[in-house]
Design a protein around this ligand. Structure first.
Ligand SMILES: [Zn+2]
Length: 498
């Protein structure tokens, strides 16, 4: 009897294995591309040399956002704005220019159809400083606007003067060709994005609200065309940010009786804090291949090859495996969970004195749906020490709402990418950092964060880092992207229903 039962069980297991293998194979094979198929466009002509020179010119203004705003940066902002007026005369003749809070710019290119909802293109004028001590590592002076080896070099060429100038190049060229938009096109260029956009983008958003402006879509800087970054994916991937993570910093304070180190008590402030931090480090928030990350992998799976394609086409089976792999890679891990980063620790000032207090700052980046209150509850539960004080520092913000990747606006952006970059695949993505667009999320459902800057893994360190640069060829592509997008969204034969 035993033997028969064993044989029967083995047969059932074998049959189940065959069935699973069949489903896995079927899922993998039947997976067709989820990309929009469009005919490639003949790229619109761009004055490559002139555009590169104009961007280089913009880089020379040191519109740096320091922790505390400086007078010299403010004067550089005003000089940059005069420069924009000088080099883009047609754009300035076509669009009304307003100065918001002294340094931010809002352009209104009025559409002929007042009933059509407007679109908003965003960029920012300010840049981050050069990290002290790294100046000499640059292969070009960061503010000289040098053009060499096929690249425009300098702080802001990517983040974000490249986008700002490319948008104006597109408007200049369209206005010069007699294009008149059907729907209104707003250009919103904040001046303090690198400090949170409190004076710039936030004020522009308030003005929109006051004027009753409800954009069809908002497009800001953010995600990129990544090349060779995703395992198993040969094609470059244009990731369109449909949401961005939130931010919360918690201050943890442990207290104990201060005193002489020769007679320590059973509990020390630093020891209690260290225990709490150790528990936080070893109890991260749960990770899941869900939400935007899952949608991104679902869209990209058919474009992949090898085991990645098989695994991602069968998340029902391989989710735990994929999750384990992705959480080993910091950038991928950040897409799957609210992250915990212990960034500051303070306590004690003399080797023979026990401090009465020790404190730490822990920075969390919140997944869509998570709240600062939820993070605080998690921290309290994990550290399990009610004597440790927990405070949420100001500037906490929840994640943005997640915009749809099936809206007409998203489809239009994806289509424009596919027309101009036929070998690039498009997928939605989640931004780990913040952008000025977060100030717009209550005005519009469709807020996206993308520009077609091409980046390989080794380029990512250039963002806010050393040797920031953009190739002239890629800069031309970015201008073509904005030009085509405006034409599609606001041209006479509109592709965007509203
Ligand atoms: Zn930026």
């Amino acid at each position: 009897m035993k033997k028969i039962a064993y044989v029967a069980t083995a047969a059932v297991v074998a049959a189940a294995a065959v069935a699973v293998a069949a489903v896995v194979t079927l899922n993998t094979l039947r997976l067709g591309s989820r990309q929009i198929s469009v005919a490639p466009l003949i790229p619109p002509p761009v004055d490559e040399h002139g555009a590169a020179e104009r961007l280089a010119g913009a880089v020379r203004f040191k519109t740096i956002s320091y922790e505390t705003p400086s007078d010299s940066s403010r004067s550089e902002l005003l000089q940059l704005q005069s420069y924009l007026q000088a080099v883009f005369p047609k754009a300035h003749a076509a669009a009304r220019r307003e100065v918001i809070n002294k340094y931010s710019l809002l352009y209104t290119w009025i559409g002929q159809d007042p009933s059509a909802k407007p679109i908003v293109l965003m960029a920012h004028q300010d840049v981050v400083p050069i990290a002290p001590g790294t100046e000499a590592q640059w292969h070009a002076d960061p503010f000289s606007g040098e053009i060499k080896d096929g690249f425009i070099w300098g702080r802001g060429t990517w983040d974000d003067k490249g986008n700002l100038m490319a948008i104006l190049e597109a408007v200049e060229s369209l206005a010069g060709a007699g294009f008149r938009p059907e729907r209104t096109v707003y250009l919103a260029f904040g001046h303090d994005e690198e400090n949170g956009g409190e004076e710039g983008a936030k004020a522009i958003a308030a003005l929109f609200r006051q004027r009753g402006i409800r954009p069809e879509f908002v497009l800001d800087e953010g995600m990129l065309i990544t090349e060779g970054i995703m395992p198993g994916l040969d094609a470059p991937a244009a990731l369109i940010g449909i949401g961005e993570k939130g931010w919360a910093t918690l201050k943890l304070t442990a207290t104990a009786s201060p005193g002489h180190s020769s007679m320590p008590g059973s509990r020390s402030a630093i020891g209690a804090l260290a225990t709490a931090l150790q528990r936080l480090d070893s109890n991260p928030f749960p990770a899941a291949v869900a939400g935007v990350a899952r949608e991104m992998l679902y869209i990209l799976a058919p474009e992949m090859h090898g085991l990645n394609r098989v695994a991602l086409s069968n998340l029902w089976l391989f989710e735990p495996l994929i999750r384990r792999q992705l959480t080993q890679i910091p950038s991928a891990n950040a897409l799957l969970r609210t992250t915990t980063a212990i960034t500051v620790i303070r306590g004690g000032n003399k080797d023979n004195v026990l401090p009465g207090e020790a404190e730490a700052l822990v920075n969390f980046r919140l997944m869509p749906g998570e709240t600062a209150a939820g993070v605080t509850a998690h921290v309290r539960a994990v550290i399990g020490d009610p004597s440790i004080r927990i405070e949420v520092l100001p500037r906490a913000g929840e994640a943005s709402p997640v915009a749809s990747d099936s809206s007409a606006a998203y489809q239009l952006i994806a289509r424009t990418v596919r027309e101009l970059f036929p070998n690039v695949v498009v997928a939605p993505g989640l931004m780990i950092g913040g952008t000025d667009s977060r100030h717009m999320v209550r005005l519009a459902d469709n807020v996206y964060r993308f520009s077609p800057v091409r980046a390989r893994a080794q380029d990512l360190a250039r963002f806010h880092g050393t040797d920031e640069r953009i190739s002239t060829a890629n800069y031309v592509e970015i201008i073509r992207f904005y030009l085509t997008l405006i034409r599609h969204a606001a041209g006479q034969r509109e592709l965007l229903p509203s």
